[in-house]
Write a protein that binds this ligand. Structure first.
Ligand SMILES: [Zn+2]
Length: 110
């Protein structure tokens, strides 16, 4: 069993899709596609810190983008676009990292 390599259902071991995992990060819990078990992330605090840092950096890059664009290529629009692209890539990268490193727990609803 390849535990913690990718996000897997702790109950039946089936892989949790990346899309589902992103939803799991934004909401509190999700259901397994195979066995319908309720799943949550057990190391949410670490993910919340990473999300906070990546959010701050991406916000900063969107704010700084127009300034850098204006100064380097005389186009704040292009700079803004670059900043948004950078922010998107960063957030996706952080999500992928969290996807591979998160520990999932089954919620016992009894
Ligand atoms: Zn399952």
């Amino acid at each position: 069993m390849s535990k913690n390599q990718t996000a897997c259902c702790p109950d039946c071991g089936s892989r949790i899709s990346f899309k589902k995992f992103v939803m799991l990060n934004n909401f509190s819990a999700t259901n397994c596609e195979c066995c319908n078990a309720r799943i949550e992330i057990s190391n949410r605090d670490k993910n919340a810190i990473m999300a906070g840092i990546s959010g701050f950096i991406s916000a900063a890059s969107i704010i700084m983008g127009p300034f850098i664009g204006e100064r380097s290529i005389q186009s704040w629009q292009a700079g803004l676009l670059g900043g948004i692209c950078f922010a998107t890539i960063l957030v996706l990268y952080i999500c992928r990292y969290a996807y591979r490193n998160s520990e999932l727990n089954r919620i016992c609803s009894t």
